[in-house]
Design a protein around this ligand. Structure first.
Ligand SMILES: [Zn+2]
Ligand SMILES: [Zn+2]
Length: 285
């Protein structure tokens, strides 16, 4: 987490300021409640546990949908590829790989990061507009860097074969395929996640908000469901691709390289909106 200087004059939470001083930020009560768990936040275990807990929490409603859909057929109308369903064994293999990567790779990397850049938490919360703007900027930067990485790993056969192919094991996505990837891919995606908050010197609350939003959007991308409240339905003008676009990437392989937004694929001529049966080619690599 980013290092910050102490920003409050008294060193105490900003909620008991005397009259006449500026109002505390609207997020101060939330940030004060987070600060009450300062010991947990500063623990070297926290980043890996936070990532895994948020990831599995966001996957679980979609896992429940997959388990229920054989008995509740109306749920299948929201499935992007209604003919396919993950088996419990497929789901468990993805989860087991995720646990293994968190324990063997992500945990040591985050502990090393904790050692070199100890967490320091400011007393004051960020302002809401600043938080929203910085989260949007971090998402756009993550989307751009991921697009370039993804395009490169499809255009260079050696990179695809050695580093990205494993993520394409499933041509029909389900939530737990989100982090089913090589260590190389996870390390780069992790770097693209932390570089935005570092460059923008984000407040830790902004950084955590971005991490949570980013994990949600990546899980939704792979959920295999197009629900009435899916993000791509909430963002106007087709600016956001979301689950239908990324599912199509797993199915058709050579379109929709950006994880979230559509502008980079539009610019590079790699945007595709729908799977026409005659165009569908299953990846045989
Ligand atoms: Zn790909
Ligand atoms: Zn994917």
């Amino acid at each position: 987490m980013e290092t910050h200087t102490h920003n409050g004059s008294s060193g105490l939470p900003f909620c008991n300021q005397p009259n006449g001083l500026p109002d505390p930020p609207a997020l101060q009560p939330l940030w004060d409640s987070v600060l009450r768990r300062e010991g947990l936040l500063k623990s070297p275990l926290f980043p890996a546990l936070f990532n895994f807990a948020v990831y599995t929490a966001f996957c679980s409603p979609f896992v429940a949908l997959d388990l229920l859909s054989p008995w509740l057929p109306f749920l299948r109308r929201y499935k992007i590829q209604p003919q396919s369903s993950p088996t419990p064994q497929m789901a468990w293999l993805c989860l087991a790989q995720s646990i293994y990567h968190h324990v063997v790779f992500i945990f040591p990397v985050t502990v090393a990061h904790w050692y070199w850049r100890p967490v320091s938490l400011p007393r004051m919360a960020p302002e809401v507009p600043t938080l929203l703007l910085q989260v949007a900027a971090c998402l756009l930067l993550f989307d751009f860097l991921s697009f370039l990485w993804h395009l490169l790993h499809h255009k260079v056969p050696w990179l695809y074969k050695n580093f990205h192919k494993v993520h394409h094991k499933h041509i029909s996505t389900f939530a737990l395929t989100t982090q089913y990837a090589s260590v190389w891919e996870l390390v780069w995606l992790g770097f693209f996640t932390v570089v935005g908050p570092m460059l923008l010197r984000c407040h830790p609350l902004t950084e955590m908000t971005f991490f949570i939003v980013n994990i949600w959007l990546s899980v939704e991308d792979h959920s295999g469901y197009d629900l009435p409240w899916s993000t791509h339905r909430l963002v106007p003008f087709g600016l956001y691709g979301g689950a239908p676009h990324h599912d199509l990437h797993h199915l058709k392989f050579k379109f929709n390289y950006a994880p979230y937004f559509t502008h980079w694929d539009r610019l590079f001529g790699t945007l595709s909106h729908s799977a026409k049966p005659r165009e569908v080619k299953v990846n045989q690599d």
